[in-house]
Design a binder for this molecule. Structure first.
Ligand code: ADP
Ligand code: ZN
Length: 440
């Protein structure tokens, strides 16, 4: 892979240092963070004590594996402030998770933490090509959800012109994009696809009527196929961006214009991949659950926080010049994984099939049920306007083709249903892809 675009780097000192130098920096910061957490967060101290581990036993990153994990349930059990390490008067911001998987959680940020997050987002946007000359439209929601503020802070730090639209009101988003000559877009990938389709429905040609050059899209899983689809729809470079409220918000890692994995901001976090069943660390290249340790946060530091997100790590230097480890696209969350008649199925596998098929739009819903003690899965997918007015026999042929391809990719028979264009509800935030009646 590679491309001829110029690679911009916001903080070359931190993003391009040698791996040895970075390991040294991470070790120093880890030792300090462990001591700080032990001294200020009674629940974590108790957990370390229970394992007979003292802060002085942790000498560097090689000792990370001895530390106990933290989990989303800890944040819920300690709701709302039990994991704060800093005094409340030093907390300047509360952000919360969107609650995709149940009870919401909140994280407290000190001034330092907001600055760290802004720095990570400035690096992210710069990697997608952003400079002070750009106009950045932020169509992530502003609120407790970290998307809107994260993108705003990063663009502001770069000195770009920010258009804080928040999510929703698609026609107005496009009007502003066109009239102001917006060059960069930040939103969820599903919303980017929807914006792209609406641009075309409005009779606009993005390559003529818009000045968009790139977008940073994340907050939900999406596939390579979806990336190509969005790039074609909007005539832009689409870069993946990853993050989570507990660790900082978006910007924990980001794709550069090589689009070959996401660079992790390793001077602020340490990433590990573990076997989700046993907790054992896995070597580079192996796929498993991503675990993060923050090493510069002071409000609510997280040690070995289990994200439930699945990916692998690649330590090879990148053609862009950055030396940070890259994580692959997230293939799903362990809690997104559907078990259908004993087979593990991720929505992203279905998406990768659908995006490649002519005549359907990549808007889909998986409806799972249990009938006569056997699991069933219906894949509802929207037809394009053209396909909708095609012959019944052609529609049936496409439906059969999708059924066969899903069978060969995931290994199970599904019931594919082609539905009318624009009939699956659009999300302005994270897309909802699954309705599981077995859990209702
Ligand atoms: P939640 O969705 O758990 O309510 P957050 O808003 O903090 O909380 O979102 C963090 C989660 O969003 C991550 O753990 C991950 O599952 C998902 N996510 C964020 N960015 C991406 C991305 N680029 N690709 C896939 N998943 C992502
Ligand atoms: Zn790179």
């Amino acid at each position: 892979m590679g491309n001829d675009r110029e690679h911009r780097i916001f903080n070359p000192r931190m993003e391009c240092m040698s791996r040895d130098e970075r390991a040294q920096l991470q070790s120093e910061r880890l030792v300090q963070t462990v001591r700080y957490e032990y001294d200020h967060v009674p629940v974590y101290r108790a957990r370390m004590d229970a394992k007979c581990i003292r802060p002085e036993d942790i000498h560097g990153i090689e000792d990370l594996k001895y530390l106990p994990f933290m989990e989303k349930t800890d944040l819920r059990d300690q709701w709302p402030f039990g994991l704060l390490a800093a005094p409340k008067r030093d907390i300047v911001r509360i952000q919360g998770s969107s609650g995709t998987t149940g009870h919401p959680i909140v994280s407290g940020y000190t001034r330092n933490d907001v600055d760290v997050w802004s720095e990570m987002m400035a690096r992210t946007l710069t990697a997608a090509g952003c400079t002070p000359d750009d106009i950045v439209q932020v169509a992530y929601g502003f609120g407790l959800f970290t998307g809107g503020f994260g993108a705003y802070q990063g663009a502001d730090k770069i000195g770009a012109m920010v258009l804080p639209m928040s999510s929703g009101n698609t026609q107005r988003q496009i009007l502003m994009m066109k009239d102001l000559g917006v060059t960069m877009l930040c939103c969820t990938p599903s919303y980017a696809a929807y914006l792209g389709e609406t641009v075309r429905d409005m009779g606009l040609d993005p390559n003529v009527d818009l000045k968009l050059k790139a977008g940073c899209f994340g907050a939900e899983p999406w596939t390579e196929e979806m990336r190509v689809h969005i790039e074609e729809l909007l005539g832009i470079d689409a870069c993946d961006i990853y993050g989570l409220t507990e660790i900082a918000g978006p910007g924990v890692s980001f794709a550069c214009l090589e689009k070959d994995g996401m660079h992790i901001n390793e001077d602020h976090v340490i990433a590990e991949i573990i076997n989700p069943a046993t907790g054992e660390p896995l070597p580079y290249g192996e796929s498993g659950e991503l675990v993060f340790t923050t090493i510069t946060k002071t409000g609510m530091p997280m040690l070995r926080y289990r994200t439930h997100d699945i990916c692998s790590l690649n330590p090879e230097p990148c053609a862009c010049g950055r030396t940070t480890v890259r994580m692959t696209r997230i293939t799903g969350r362990t809690d997104d994984m559907l078990i259908i008649r004993g087979v593990n199925v991720f929505p992203s596998q279905i998406e990768s099939v659908l995006v490649g098929i002519k005549g359907v739009a990549p808007h889909y819903m998986l409806v799972v049920d249990r009938v006569n003690s056997s699991d069933t899965m219906e894949v509802q997918v929207e037809m394009t306007e053209e396909m909708f007015s095609d012959t019944i026999s052609h529609i049936e042929q496409v439906r059969k083709n999708i059924t066969d391809q899903i069978k060969s990719v995931v290994g199970i028979a599904t019931n594919v249903k082609l539905v009318a264009p624009k009939s699956i509800p659009r999300s302005e935030g994270k897309a909802k892809r699954v309705i599981d009646h077995r859990k209702l």
